[in-house]
Design a protein. Structure first.
Length: 175
C-alpha cells in the first residue's frame, strides 16, 4: 500500500512538471517574436528574418473567405499605403492551404502575403491556435524592426485592427 502511495505521488509530480514544461508562457511585449518559415499563396517561403529592418503586422485569422476574415483582410488592403508609408509590412496567417489563400487573395486583390500554416505550428508558437487545434485565433502581433514584439492585439477587431496598428505605429515612431 505504501509503495502504491509513493508511486501515485511520483506520477502526480511527473504529470505536474510535465504539463508545466509543455505549457508555453504567453508572449509579451518586448520579447523576440517566434520565428516562422511558411509558404504564401504563391508558394514563396517567408521567414521572420525576411522582415528584419521593417515593422511587421503579423495577423492570424480564422479562415479564408469568411465574413469577419474578409473584412479584416480588406481593411488591411485598404490601409496598405498608410502602413507601408510607416515602414510596415502586412502578413496574414491561417491554417488554410496555399491554394485557398491564392483564391482568397485574388478574389479580394490582397496585396500582401497570406501564409499557409497547415499544421498550426506557427499559430501555436504565437499562442494563436484554438484549443481544438483546428483554426487560428484572431490575434495580431506588431513586430518591430529588430524582431521584437511591440504590440499584441488579442481577439483583434475585424473592423478596427488595421486602424489600431496604424495608430500604434504612429505612437511607437513618435509621429
Amino acid at each position: 500500500m505504501k509503495i502504491l502511495s509513493i508511486l501515485a505521488t511520483l506520477m502526480a509530480i511527473a504529470l505536474f512538471f510535465g504539463s508545466q514544461s509543455a505549457r508555453a508562457e504567453p508572449l509579451k511585449v518586448g520579447q523576440p517574436a517566434p520565428d516562422f518559415n511558411l509558404p504564401d499563396q504563391s508558394g514563396k517561403t517567408h521567414k521572420l528574418a525576411d522582415y528584419r529592418g521593417k515593422w511587421l503586422a503579423l495577423y492570424f485569422y480564422v479562415k479564408d473567405d469568411t465574413p469577419g476574415c474578409t473584412e479584416q483582410a480588406c481593411k488591411f488592403r485598404d490601409d496598405i499605403h498608410q502602413l507601408t508609408d510607416l515602414g510596415a509590412q502586412v502578413v496574414g496567417v491561417s491554417v488554410d492551404d496555399s491554394a485557398s489563400h491564392a483564391n482568397f487573395a485574388k478574389k479580394y486583390n490582397l496585396p500582401f502575403p497570406l501564409l499557409a500554416d497547415g499544421k498550426g505550428e506557427i499559430a501555436a508558437r504565437y499562442d494563436s491556435l484554438r484549443g481544438d487545434g483546428g483554426m487560428a485565433k484572431r490575434n495580431t502581433f506588431l513586430i518591430d524592426p529588430q524582431g521584437r514584439i511591440a504590440k499584441i492585439y488579442l481577439s483583434a477587431s475585424t473592423s478596427r485592427n488595421s486602424a489600431e496598428v496604424i495608430e500604434d505605429l504612429k505612437k511607437l515612431k513618435g509621429l
